[in-house]
Write a protein that binds this ligand. Structure first.
Ligand SMILES: [Zn+2]
Length: 414
């Protein structure tokens, strides 16, 4: 018995992009049905009217994403990492190396507009919620469950796996905890409160993304059952921290996560850099991660500037994603930070380029790293979304500690 269903992909301009009809055929299908015809419809956010793109055949319980035919590697130009004289490079003209003159101009002559208020005001403007740990004890049956711990630390639960991105639970992002940049919003929880974590992805070795205390606490609690995904060049540092289960990846390399059938982690490029000591600039690679499951696809951008090729490559190779975690903060002054950090309007371009159905904003509201007003990132994000006819459903912010389930039946029209 056949059943007619349709889905809409509300803002995606690429006709071949499929909506995330995760288990929808199963959910709506007649119990007797073994297959269903599904129409993929593109419906621009402005309400210009729906346009039917294609009909596809799905078995009951099968996801639309699985039916999408990925581009063969031969058809794709994927930017490889570039290592010269022991240091990695950003192979795009949009990169600009940080000269000492520019760093000094930034430090001495730029105005800091961050204006972080006192705790009472912060508790109103950026409340920290207590995560619901009973809910988080297990991954959701459908979709992707996201909990923002703060900065780029996100708890992601999907396809029976629980992951953390760039974990930092410490008070300071610094080599030592008595001096350095202090957080103005605490982490929403501590390591001992977390549900069981199966994998951690680390985008690069800057102190606000790789925190030795957090690595030590996670390793103490979970040991070798926790799989660490790190960029090329970082494995020996992780081993020095006594982490055993470490996978070091180059751009576009993948690893099937043992014990999680159908789930793989891929490392992808970012336009950024690395440094942890006085002299080790660019010696360890940097990047983002894709987590590809049998039902859901998640993209973590890490820390990056914008260019108009790399995110499109990620979208073509691994998209569409039910969810992307994209940085929106730490961008002023632009003359200095544009090569290495997205601003909110760049973040919306990333959301579109990687073919994310929804995105969650990260890398803001936690550490006073740069000079924009502390509440400006979400305000500018709302403006940028309006310009692209997108809504705060498409690209959302969370409170610290807040959880949201996405991708279960987003965009389903009937
Ligand atoms: Zn960084």
């Amino acid at each position: 018995m056949m059943q007619q269903m349709s889905f809409t992909s509300s803002h995606l301009a690429t006709p071949s992009v499929a909506a995330p009809a995760v288990k929808v055929a199963c959910a709506i299908g007649d119990e007797e049905a073994e297959a269903a015809t599904v129409s993929v419809i593109r419906q621009p956010g402005t309400g210009d009217g729906a346009e039917k793109l294609e009909d596809i055949q799905l078995d009951v319980g099968e996801s639309h994403l699985e039916k999408r035919t990925p581009l063969e590697p031969a058809e794709l130009t994927l930017q490889k990492s570039v290592l010269r004289n022991g240091r990695y490079e950003n192979p795009w003209p949009t990169w600009q190396t940080l000269s000492m003159a520019r760093v000094l101009k930034f430090a001495i002559f730029s105005m800091n507009h961050s204006n972080i208020p006192d705790k009472k005001v912060l508790d109103e403007t950026l409340p920290i919620l207590k995560p619901d740990f009973d809910l988080l004890a297990k991954p959701p049956e459908n979709g992707i469950r996201t909990t923002w711990i703060g900065h780029a630390t996100v708890l992601i639960q999907m396809d029976n796996i629980t992951l953390l991105t760039d974990p930092i639970f410490s008070e300071r992002c610094s080599p030592v905890q008595f001096i350095g940049i202090k957080r103005y919003r605490s982490a929403a929880c501590q390591v001992d409160e977390l549900p069981e974590i199966n994998a951690v992805v680390i985008s690069h070795n800057h102190y606000d993304h790789l925190d030795s205390n957090s690595v030590r606490m996670l390793n103490n609690r979970f040991g070798a059952s926790l799989r660490w995904y790190v960029p090329f060049g970082l494995k020996s540092w992780m081993q020095d921290m006594s982490c055993d289960n470490v996978v070091e990846l180059d751009w576009w390399e993948e690893d099937a996560v043992p014990g999680f059938r159908g789930v793989k982690v891929a490392f992808v490029p970012a336009q950024h850099w690395s440094k942890r000591t006085l002299t080790n600039d660019y010696k360890v690679l940097w990047g983002g991660f894709c987590v590809i499951g049998p039902w859901n696809r998640f993209y973590f951008a890490g820390d990056t500037g914008y260019n108009n090729t790399l995110f499109k490559e990620i979208g073509q190779k691994y998209g569409p994603f039910q969810l992307a975690a994209v940085p929106i903060g730490a961008y002023e002054p632009r003359w200095f930070l544009r090569p290495q950090h997205l601003d909110p309007s760049d973040a919306v371009l990333v959301h579109k380029d990687v073919q994310a159905l929804q995105s969650v904003a990260i890398h803001w509201g936690t550490f006073n790293l740069t000079f924009e007003y502390y509440l400006e990132p979400p305000e500018k994000l709302a403006e940028a979304l309006r310009k692209h006819n997108l809504t705060e459903m498409d690209f959302f912010t969370l409170n610290h500690g807040e959880t949201r389930l996405t991708g279960n039946d987003y965009n389903r029209v009937n």
